[in-house]
Design a protein around this ligand. Sequence first.
Ligand SMILES: NC(=O)c1ccc[n+]([C@@H]2O[C@H](COP(=O)([O-])OP(=O)(O)OC[C@H]3O[C@@H](n4cnc5c(N)ncnc54)[C@H](OP(=O)(O)O)[C@@H]3O)[C@@H](O)[C@H]2O)c1
Length: 297
Amino acid sequence: MPAIAFGTGSKWKGQDVTDYVSQAIEAGFSHIDSAQWYKTEDSVGRAIHESGLGRSDLYLTTKWSGLTTIPEAIQDSLKNLGVKQVDLYLIHNPMVITDLEVNWRDFEKIKEDGLSRSIGVSNFDLKLMQDLLKIAKVKPAVNQILFHPYNYAQMKELVEFSAEHGIVTEAYSSLQPITKYPGGPVDKPVEAAAKRLGASTTQVLLSWVKSKGVAIVTTSSNKGRLQEYLAVAELPPLTDEEISAIDEAGAKGPSTSIMTSEKANVRKWFKIASITLQLIFQLCFLVRFAYRWMYVW
Ligand SMILES: NC(=O)c1ccc[n+]([C@@H]2O[C@H](COP(=O)([O-])OP(=O)(O)OC[C@H]3O[C@@H](n4cnc5c(N)ncnc54)[C@H](OP(=O)(O)O)[C@@H]3O)[C@@H](O)[C@H]2O)c1
């Protein structure tokens, strides 16, 4: 798997990303990340087609986001992307799981049928990953997670556990110290490393992710920035002292909220309860209406 991907989620959701994906491919990205939820698969497909590149020149990741059944979702994704096979197919989020074992068997079937070369997960915490490994005949190849210096302490055990089991961790939203938490404790050690290397703070953050043995999915609308991301591969590595200084500053906060399997379960039950309540209200309304109608007649 190419260690850096161009993402078509977050700020791109629901948009036509054809030009941006084309720009990323021109800049040198060979790994494109999408999802059923993003509604960008069709424009990713257009950009791939327009690039004229062979299927083996690009690595395609997409995800089942729970909008349809898994067998329907993968067929829709392949159609949208205009390909016969994706390289990596992920369960987008624990919240979309109906039954872990049943859902994973569907994923294993997708690999067996050659619709995806690899299968994996996203936003799985340690407990869910351990549960999955107990029932998996095919181990997940990847876990794509929120990963940056401010949640490193929370994610460390999961990343190490995954590495021990040969599962690649792929980081999304690693630039949050710049985009979401500017002025936080991490800025100082990141700026110091950037100065030593003659690099940008963005590059230092991506280098820090690399130092943890973690792959990256990031994005940009800006060609210069895309080149900056790719140039991280050529940078000398951060020193152990620089990595420790970023880790320590990251542990000082701001604290970030991550989705654990417990939280996902609570959310799921909350959603089921709210749908049930809505149905009860509608039923009450119908009964009342029917009663009045009968009374009138
Ligand atoms: N599996 C999941 O649940 C999940 C969740 C979220 C995201 N993702 C994937 O990860 C991809 C990336 O997510 P993300 O956008 O949150 O990641 P990110 O890599 O943290 O942020 C990318 C954004 O940072 C901005 N940026 C970069 N350097 C900057 C700087 N120096 N100053 C200000 N802004 C800067 C870019 O803006 P410009 O465009 O202006 O350059 C870009 O929009 C998504 O597209 C999606 O594919 C997956």
